[in-house]
Design a binder for this molecule. Structure first.
Ligand code: KG4
Length: 352
């Protein structure tokens, strides 16, 4: 049995977790900084670092109260090292380093995007290799080919914004609040209800959609995300028409979901025998999850998505990712803090 203590602080969630064998979560207290950032309509990096600094001690104390760890109990400590807000990452990393030194165990640096994918292990599914990884979060929208832990090829990235960012901005434009993803999803559901549309039948309103299809003529052999055009289209449309917020939220979400599904369809066509793992905060969206499930069912492609509670940032997924390295006895390539989402090895010496 391998017991891990893990830390997450890449953005605005402060998380500590105690996880057995990369899958059994014993404790995972999480502090969401939403209320700190809400007045600004987005994340203020310095406030995020300060909140991590205050909350890590409290969360760690909570875990240790429940599980008074002794020397010899822990196998390793894990912390997110990239990508993320550098100040925020440093706070989590330093806390993790102090714990690793105290317990005399190794510290495994974890790539945040790999952690999102590894979150499927927390519901008992071993992360299959190789696999296609679809990541949709507040800062990233991309599809990867993952051959082994740390061996990652980008199949397609975003040309501009990330999906979560596009939803957050849309909610801001429509005055629906922050964070935007859940606000847009709820407004879209309200619209569907008022129109008497059942879940799964949303496409019957396609002809009323005021927004253009995203990257309509993207060739099948290309994978590219783009969300800035539709954001501008929403801004313009909301200025000149008096349709209600729910109408815009519904059709905006439909376009975004269709764009993501089409990109995944291209990736599956290029790699027909690989299972798909889809993760990141935007996967909390039930409309998106159901369309991805429909696509993969049709293509007879296994699809793995983390449980809803592990879709958004948390420390249990950090332990799950670190476990991939620990069990294989390979050094993590991500031992140095960086804002970059690159999967290339750290340039600095002393990796792992
Ligand atoms: O992965 P995550 O927790 O943090 C990052 O690493 O970015 O993702 C946060 C993003 C935000 O943009 C948020 O609006 C979006 O995930 N999100 C959602 C939903 N819940 C969170 N997007 C769509 N539907 C949701 N239900």
């Amino acid at each position: 049995m391998a017991l891990a203590l893990a830390f997450e602080s890449s953005c605005d969630e402060t998380g500590v977790a105690l996880v057995e064998d990369g899958r059994r979560v014993l404790a995972a207290p999480l502090y969401s900084q939403l209320s700190e950032h809400r007045p600004y309509g987005g994340i203020v990096p310095e406030y995020a670092s300060r909140a991590h600094l205050e909350k890590f001690t409290l969360l760690l104390a909570e875990v240790l109260r429940q599980y008074p760890l002794k020397h010899g109990d822990l196998s390793y400590v894990a912390a997110t090292t990239r990508p993320g807000l550098v100040g925020a990452l440093l706070v989590g990393y330093q806390t993790a380093l102090a714990c690793a030194r105290h317990f005399g165990v190794p510290l495994i640096g974890v790539h945040h995007l790999e952690a999102h994918l590894a979150a499927v292990s927390l519901s008992g599914t071993s992360l299959p290799y190789p696999h296609l990884g679809l990541i949709l979060s507040g800062g990233n929208s991309a599809i990867y080919l993952l051959r082994a832990p740390g061996e990652v090829q980008v199949l397609g990235d975003t040309l501009d914004d990330a999906a979560g960012e596009a939803l957050d901005k849309a909610a801001q434009i429509l005055g629906l609040g922050y964070p935007g993803g859940p606000a847009i999803e709820n407004a879209a559901k309200r619209y569907a209800e008022t129109r008497g549309i059942k879940t799964g039948d949303e496409s019957v309103l396609e002809s009323e959609n005021p927004f253009p299809h995203i990257l309509k003529s993207l060739p099948r052999n290309e994978i590219r995300f783009s969300f800035s055009g539709i954001k501008t289209a929403l801004l313009r449309a909301a200025e000149v028409t008096d349709r209600n917020k729910e109408f815009f939220a519904f059709h905006y979400q439909e376009r975004i979901v269709a764009h993501i599904v089409r990109n995944l369809e291209h990736a599956v066509a290029q790699h027909p025998n690989l299972p798909v793992v889809a993760a990141g905060g935007v996967l909390a969206n039930t409309r998106l999850r159901s369309e991805l499930e429909k696509l993969c069912r049709g293509k007879q492609t296994p699809l793995h998505v983390p449980e809803l509670r592990y879709c958004t940032d948390n420390a249990a997924m950090v332990a799950a990712a670190a476990h991939l390295y620990y069990t294989r006895g390979i050094a993590s390539k991500f031992s140095v803090i960086s804002s970059s989402s690159s999967f290339l090895a750290d340039a600095a010496a002393g990796q792992g």
